[in-house]
Ligand binder design. Structure first.
Ligand code: BGP
Length: 491
């Protein structure tokens, strides 16, 4: 039994993203989205992109993914059986506006999400909708180039307006952009976050890409800040019950040693990776250190950035978020000297940490870092927090009885939930926890199915084989008990 008390109405649940689980990539009038041209990879082979369009010889994991598009009733009922209070999913812009700038929306797309939200409600589940989770209509990328083009702002806000109007009363929790700070991360940020594409087919989307342009990225990110602020204001005007959050890829960074230079570096990394975006979205203004520590260092035109910040100052202030949400998978260390121990991770690396272990995919596992991060962020912003991603990607294998006994996943989650309890005890206002990949889905970084996160197993492999049937893992019943006891019984 846990010693910690979770607040009444705590939003326990799970999280997903459309391009990683929905499938139906061209169903019922949907247009292509940038992830629909990103191929599968592995931990050692980067995902490649074919920006010109779908190539018949390539395998794109988003096309079918786990086919939630045709299984949503069964899947949401399973979440209901676990007692989910909240289910995080994302909408695809190109399902509703196939080209991003169409005059009329696609009714089938609108109906699909309505059916999904209604099914959630039937199961007593509050939907938490990420409006953009690593996706952007491909046609819009071809036409406008991505988020660095300011024309995209109003097109996206129009999409938001449709969502807030259509789903008024069905959805009240929204996140504007998933891991908005991933835009700081070179090629990955360009493609996944900003819809900015390389010129050539078969370009790399991750490591080793040489087509990145920081000026475009930072202006693109600024345009997203403006769009997000406009959306927050609009959401409140359309329905005062709406609560809109930012979503940051949480990156807890410790100094590798107590050497003052390491401490300073860790502070700067924390700022860059977390607070650059957090400050704009929660406080409504760029932090003072942005000019020297970020723009100047990255070779961005400082005068231009200052001009944009001044021009949009009022919009940013008027659209600050209601809560701060984040993903948390790992911590890292910052070192001014090469330790020879780089740590792995999704979008952030860092120097290694000899005190913590790593997952099968090399991601450091640090539950105590979650408490530390929660307390740092809450101290800084004093707005409610929500953990909207946390979980263990593992290679699940069947036991002798043919079932999946994922005790390692249960241990991972228990350890993180205990640390959440400690932060709550220390006074942090934590709204909820949605475990990432509550049903197995495609990995964002590697495009694999083999890297599984779910309470629910989906029969599909890296090459697209499998009959897609769903199966409960041991963690399914464990989580049901956690939710039923509001975090008291952690098994
Ligand atoms: C986050 C993304 C998710 C998700 C998760 C796990 O960065 O928001 O989309 O995929 O990481 O990462 P991966 O799928 O690479 O294991």
């Amino acid at each position: 039994m846990s010693d910690y008390k979770f607040p009444e109405g705590f939003l326990w649940g799970g999280a997903t993203a459309a391009n990683q689980f929905e499938g139906g990539y061209d169903a019922d009038g949907k247009g292509l989205s940038v992830p629909d041209v990103i191929m599968g990879g592995t931990v050692d082979t980067p995902r490649l992109i074919t920006p010109a369009g779908v190539r018949p010889e390539a395998y794109y994991p988003s096309h079918e993914a786990i086919d939630f598009y045709h299984h949503y009733e069964e899947d949401i009922d399973l979440f209901g059986e676990m007692g989910f209070k909240c289910f995080r999913l994302s909408t695809q812009w190109s399902r509703i506006f196939p080209n991003g700038d169409d005059e009329k929306p696609c009714q089938a797309g609108i109906d699909f999400y309505r059916n999904v939200f209604e099914r959630c409600k039937k199961n007593g589940i509050e939907p938490l909708v990420t409006i953009s989770h690593y996706e952007f209509p491909l046609a819009l990328s071809h036409k406008y180039g991505g988020w660095d083009n300011p024309k995209v702002i109003d097109l996206w806000v129009r999409f938001c307006e449709l969502l807030f109007t259509e789903y008024k009363g069905l959805v009240k929790y929204w996140l504007t952009f998933n891991e908005i700070n991933c835009a700081m991360m070179g090629a990955f940020g360009n493609v996944m976050g900003l819809g900015i594409l390389p010129a050539d087919d078969w370009a790399m989307t991750f490591t080793g890409a040489d087509w990145d342009d920081p000026q475009r990225r930072f202006e693109g990110l600024h345009n997203q800040f403006v769009a997000s602020a406009k959306a927050v204001k609009l959401a409140h005007e359309i329905d005062s019950a709406n609560k809109v959050g930012c979503m940051i890829a949480g990156n807890a960074t410790y100094p590798r040693t107590c050497k003052p230079a390491d401490v300073q570096l860790a502070t700067e990394v924390m700022r860059e990776n977390n607070f650059y975006c957090g400050d704009v979205q929660v406080r409504g203004a760029y932090p003072v250190w942005a000019e020297h520590q970020i723009w100047e260092r990255d070779g961005v035109d400082v005068a231009r950035m200052k001009e944009l910040a001044a021009r949009d100052a009022e919009v940013l202030k008027a659209g600050t978020v209601d809560f701060y949400s984040f993903s948390y998978y790992m911590s890292a260390t910052a070192a001014t000297e090469d330790t020879g121990e780089a740590s792995g991770g999704n979008i952030f690396g860092g120097a290694g940490n000899p005190y913590i272990k790593a997952s099968d995919w090399g991601w450091p596992i640090d539950p105590a870092g979650l408490r530390w991060y929660l307390e740092e962020v809450y101290d800084r912003y004093q707005v409610p927090l929500m953990i909207v991603e946390n979980g263990l990607g593992a290679n699940d294998e069947r036991g002798e009885d043919g079932k999946i006994h994922d005790s390692y996943r249960i241990d991972y989650m228990r350890d993180h939930i205990v640390e959440m309890g400690k932060a709550i005890q220390d006074g942090v206002d934590l709204m909820g926890y949605t475990m990432w990949g509550c049903i197995d889905l495609v990995s964002a970084s590697t495009g694999e199915m083999k890297k599984r996160y779910g309470f629910i197993y989906v029969d599909k492999d890296n090459n697209g084989n499998g009959d897609l049937h769903r199966e409960k893992k041991d963690s399914f019943d464990w989580y049901r008990q956690v939710i039923a006891t509001n975090g008291k019984d952690l098994g």
